[in-house]
Design a protein around this ligand. Structure first.
Ligand code: SF4
Length: 383
């Protein structure tokens, strides 16, 4: 069965409808989702704010929100775009919490970053807390290994974790530059502690840097000593944090087999947050920006099964009607936290700004911002 976009009909998991969730309460009067004037209200509020406002939209956001974005992109591109708009007093970030933090770190003191729904977090970022990472580092120090370990964190991490990397000679990476960041890290030390996504770390180390799976160990923050022996730590080159994306982690090797059986000649293109076994079976792997560019360049009539967040895949199907674009797995759902940002929250945030009320402002304290910036600047300086 297909939707209007030609995509298979999906089974949506619990939490796909943010209105059904009771998380962080919106502190204001949220307009009802049924209000037929929401689009017009958002348009008017945006117009009233003019150049004082800059709206960023992550690729995984809903269409109803993306239509109001001044720029769309992945998390790093959006943070850079925010930094390139010093004249904008208000940065409304349609994405998740760690992205708004990065935007606050990279923008000026006078700029205010707003996340329309504070419940829009990221399960992957939450899998590495500052205390857990400090505990891991202390264990590495006790083992006499910390001096040779360079911490590298994926952009999808809290400001605390980025700052940890900045303080300890490490760097931030994105899914586009993970190999370059690891090359740099191995010039500084003999081992890497890769946070918080084990899959991006493993896929980059094995598929792009020629390491073996035996070079990688997984640090489990819920087990004493990470669940690793001293010998395992000694032998490892990559110490992967036991974290993953709850969306990309749900694609399986069977998803790839199934789509190949259903669609003859299909090209399977997945994000590197997918599990290693899935990436091994795919034809192509790359960041969201890479996925978009690959589809742009693909010949008309070609078939593609995409393993990334569903909002983006649906949009790609609409953008490229001359290509047959499918979602890799019928049972994987939207990112429920990305989906928290909907039109009612956006309207509420924008109308509050018009009234002079800066709601849901995201701020990072000066010390954390300084050290996170150090790690981000090291990334920006990568060749
Ligand atoms: S798609 Fe995955 S990594 Fe991205 S915000 Fe959602 S849970 Fe986090």
């Amino acid at each position: 069965m297909a939707t209007q976009t030609g995509l298979p009909l999906f089974v949506l998991g619990q939490g796909a409808d943010p209105h059904s969730e009771k998380g962080v309460e919106c502190p204001g009067e949220l307009p009802p989702a049924s209000d037929p004037d929401l689009v017009e209200r958002a348009r008017k509020a945006k117009e009233a704010l003019g150049d004082r406002l800059f709206v960023l939209g992550h690729h995984y956001q809903r269409d109803e929100v993306i239509q109001f974005a001044d720029v769309t992109g992945d998390s790093f591109k959006l943070a850079q775009q925010a930094a390139a708009r010093p004249e904008a007093e208000f940065i409304v970030f349609c994405g998740v919490h760690f992205m708004a933090e990065s935007a606050d770190i990279l923008t000026g003191d006078g700029q205010k970053v707003v996340l329309p729904d504070l419940a829009a977090g990221c399960s992957m970022a939450d899998m590495a807390t500052f205390d857990q990472v400090e505990e891991c580092w202390e264990a590495l120090e006790d083992a006499g290994l910390a001096g040779e370990v360079v911490p590298v964190t994926y952009m999808n991490s809290s400001a605390d974790i980025k700052a940890f990397c900045g303080r300890n000679g490490g760097v931030v990476c994105t899914s586009s530059n993970a190999k370059r960041a690891l090359d740099w890290a191995f010039e500084q030390g003999r081992k890497v502690l890769f946070l918080p996504d084990q899959h991006l770390g493993r896929n980059t180390a094995v598929l792009e840097m020629g390491m073996s799976l035996e070079d990688c160990v997984v640090w489990n923050p819920h087990r004493p000593g990470g669940g690793l022996t001293r010998e395992q730590l000694d032998r490892a080159r990559m110490i992967l944090w036991k974290g993953h994306c709850s969306v990309h982690g749900r694609f399986t090797p069977e998803s790839v087999d199934d789509v190949r059986a259903r669609i003859p000649g299909v090209n399977v293109l997945v994000h590197p947050e997918c599990r290693h076994e899935v990436v091994l079976k795919a034809d192509h792997v790359g960041s969201t920006e890479h996925i978009i560019k690959t589809l742009q360049a693909a010949p008309a009539g070609s078939s593609w099964a995409i393993g990334t967040e569903l909002n983006l895949v649906k949009r790609l199907a609409t953008m490229f009607p001359d290509k047959n674009v499918s979602f890799l797995d019928r049972t994987v759902c939207y990112c429920s936290t990305m989906n928290r940002i909907d039109l009612p929250h956006l309207v509420w945030a924008l109308e509050s700004l018009v009234l002079g009320d800066v709601v849901n402002r995201i701020t990072v304290d000066d010390d954390t911002a300084h050290w996170a910036r150090v790690a981000l600047d090291r990334m920006l300086a990568l060749p």
